[in-house]
Design a protein around this ligand. Structure first.
Ligand code: 9MR
Ligand code: 9MR
Length: 601
């Protein structure tokens, strides 16, 4: 319900790209600035927008980065007497659009009732904010033809910043340059992982890989979903990533930078397979979490711990998928990966029920999962796609395999996503109608939740868990799959709403990606960010997000699921960052970027 203001629209050109440049106030430092250092908001820069500033007034919730010209654009307005909203051009202070606020409704996970303000019809590039009488103006955001490219680059570059076993040079890492740590060339076999060939305390080499999160561990299960998701981004959007330069040491070689980055972790994963039998170690960590130190300041012994079924199947699935993606660049590596994947599969068939059991002397992340049915489905699907061997398709048991939003312990969604993406290349045994049905039935359930939400955002109570922002992005990734099989744009609108959610259309004050939006997290639970002497955290990381678990006992502002978030080192349950939460944000931001660029062609 929006009225158009053609007179002001005509004026709202691209003359003034920032508020500061136009003398209109403080720039919100949005994502259209250059990557890494220049896109980072420091505390002093992170003032909010525009005209009114009384902090006691409620805040309008809006994606703080912005929108594509042809994208759905919704702000969420806290309940007041107001029925009307305006969108103001931040450069000129002139109203560009206005409309009626939808009926105010309660969202179960937050205190205040809200109404949606839809200004999708505003399609003129510029910087804007939303104004409602009696409320603070919203943060400033852009409307642009390509608003997510800097975001996409930064959330990929975050993996580079989390590389183990290497120094980060200033030419790539800017102020976040750091010395090398964790060479991992002398890793001990933990007694739980001992074998005839590799007895307890013997030494193996297992370098490279990404740190899992704010800790310095490397965990196969979580690396699996993260690495796969980045590989899927590459497979599904090859044109986008062929050109995407990340300024990493490998930039300029003949391989897409995203694949170079993923190779850093694939090389490590390959070293986690026991060459004697094909089984895969669950993780590589110290016995206890180390303190708040830089990588170069720790030398505690690191161990590989227990071979287990979930890790071995995760490895199998990822190596099978990777063999497809690296093949055009390196056929020898591709065949090595497919062989490694098949050997892992065989180990899992012979050891179908080996749960990871955290040894008594090991206290780092457990990533324990005792249900392997979904990992079997996923590994079988990837092996089938990459090898073309029908026996792997039979092993999927497609008729009885359901679908679910992916997480580190749930891989069904990854299997269907891969099968759908390769539907045209599958052998005759594959039931293509079933594959499409699985993808769309999950997406329709996700959409239904969004339609009932006062925020217009598909999050249900079971989604507010440790890493809820990762859940949001995985839900969005499942919606993108439905768009890919149906070409129905409503699914991309649903994915956009979830991206809006993590970038500011939520009940907290935050855009949850470091360095992006007017008020990003500053004190993430990330050891390098906390231990270095740079004020701003490493950019491009998605904070875990709100949920009411409060396992760390920190002092939260609210116990409501969508408000229970704290931007503090203390809050490892809501403010850590991980490779598995960033990965679907990479996928979704790249998918939306591609979608909007195609719309405008
Ligand atoms: O810092 C650790 C973080 O990386 C983990 O994800 C988290 C949960 O396993 O644990 C953190 O370490 C905390 C430990 O578990 C309990 N004492 C406080 C530690 C953080 O300061
Ligand atoms: O993401 C994991 C979450 O699902 C669990 O509830 C939580 C507690 O076991 O652990 C999270 O994973 C952490 C891992 O164990 C260690 N590295 C940091 C991860 C994110 O906090």
């Amino acid at each position: 319900m929006m009225t158009f203001k053609p007179r002001t629209l005509a004026f709202a050109g691209s003359l003034c790209l920032t508020l500061a440049a136009c003398g209109g106030g403080t720039s919100s430092n949005n994502s259209n600035s250059d990557s890494t250092s220049s896109s980072v908001v420091t505390s002093s820069q992170s003032s909010t927008s525009s005209a009114s500033s009384a902090s006691s007034k409620s805040r309008i919730h809006v994606n703080q980065v912005g929108f594509a010209l042809g994208g759905k654009k919704v702000a969420v307005i806290p309940q007041s007497e107001a029925t009307h909203f305006s969108v103001i051009n931040a450069a000129t202070n002139i109203e560009a659009a206005s409309g009626e606020i939808d009926a105010y409704q309660q969202w179960s996970y937050a205190a205040e009732a809200v109404g949606q303000a839809d200004f999708s019809q505003l399609t003129v590039p510029g910087e804007y904010f939303v104004r409602v009488d009696g409320l603070n103006d919203s943060d400033v955001f852009v409307i642009a033809d390509d608003p997510y490219s800097e975001l996409n680059k930064a959330v990929i570059k975050a993996y580079y910043y989390n590389r183990a076993s290497t120094a980060l040079e200033a030419q790539y890492a800017g102020v976040w340059a750091r010395e090398s740590g964790h060479p991992d060339t002398q890793v001990l076999i933990h007694p739980s992982a001992a074998s005839a060939e590799r007895p307890a305390e013997s030494v193996i080499s297992s370098p490279k890989g990404w740190y899992d999160a704010g800790d310095y561990g490397k965990y196969i299960v979580n690396s699996g979903i993260s690495t796969y998701t980045l590989l899927a981004a590459l497979e599904h959007y090859p044109e986008l990533y062929a050109e995407r330069e990340l300024n990493i040491p490998e930039s300029g070689d003949s391989v897409p930078d995203l694949l170079d980055e993923v190779r850093w972790n694939l090389d490590w994963m390959l070293s986690m397979q026991d060459p004697a039998d094909g089984g895969v170690y669950h993780k590589l960590t110290t016995k206890n979490f180390v303190g708040v130190v830089m990588p170069s300041d720790t030398a505690e012994p690191r161990y590989v711990v227990q071979k287990a079924t979930a890790a071995t199947l995760n490895f199998s699935a990822v190596m099978a998928a990777a063999s497809r993606v690296v093949k055009p660049y390196d056929t020898a590596l591709a065949s090595q990966m497919l062989t490694a994947a098949k050997r892992a599969w065989q180990w899992a068939e012979q050891n179908p029920n080996v749960a990871y059991v955290q040894p008594g002397d090991v206290n780092t992340g457990a990533y324990g999962d005792s249900n392997f049915a979904d990992e079997f489905v996923w590994a079988a699907a990837e092996l089938y796609i990459s090898s073309g061997e029908d026996s792997y398709y039979q092993a999927i048991n497609a008729g009885s395999a359901g679908n679910a939003v992916p997480s580190w312990s749930q891989s069904l969604g990854l299997a269907w996503m891969s099968l759908a993406a390769h539907a045209d290349d599958l052998t005759a045994v594959a039931n293509k109608a079933l594959i499409n049905q699985r993808v769309t039935e999950l997406a329709d359930a996700i959409m239904a939740t969004g339609e009932q939400s006062a925020y217009g955002v598909s999050m249900a109570s079971s989604d507010f868990v440790w890493g809820s922002n990762g859940v949001a992005m995985n839900r969005a990734m499942m919606l993108v799959q439905a768009y890919r099989v149906s070409a129905d744009s409503q699914y991309m609108d649903g994915a956009q709403a979830l991206l809006d959610y993590v970038l500011g259309r939520n009940p907290t004050e935050y855009s949850f990606v470091t360095g992006f939006g007017a008020r990003p997290p500053m004190d993430i639970h990330h050891r390098p960010s906390a231990a270095d002497d740079v004020d701003a955290p490493v950019p491009g990381f998605l904070a875990g997000g709100p949920h009411s678990g409060q396992q760390d006992g920190c002092n939260y502002p609210s116990s409501l699921a969508a408000e229970s978030y704290l931007d503090d080192w203390c809050s490892y349950s809501t403010n850590e960052i991980t490779i598995n939460w960033n990965a679907p944000l990479v996928y979704v931001s790249g998918a939306l970027e591609t979608y909007y660029l195609n719309l405008s062609k």
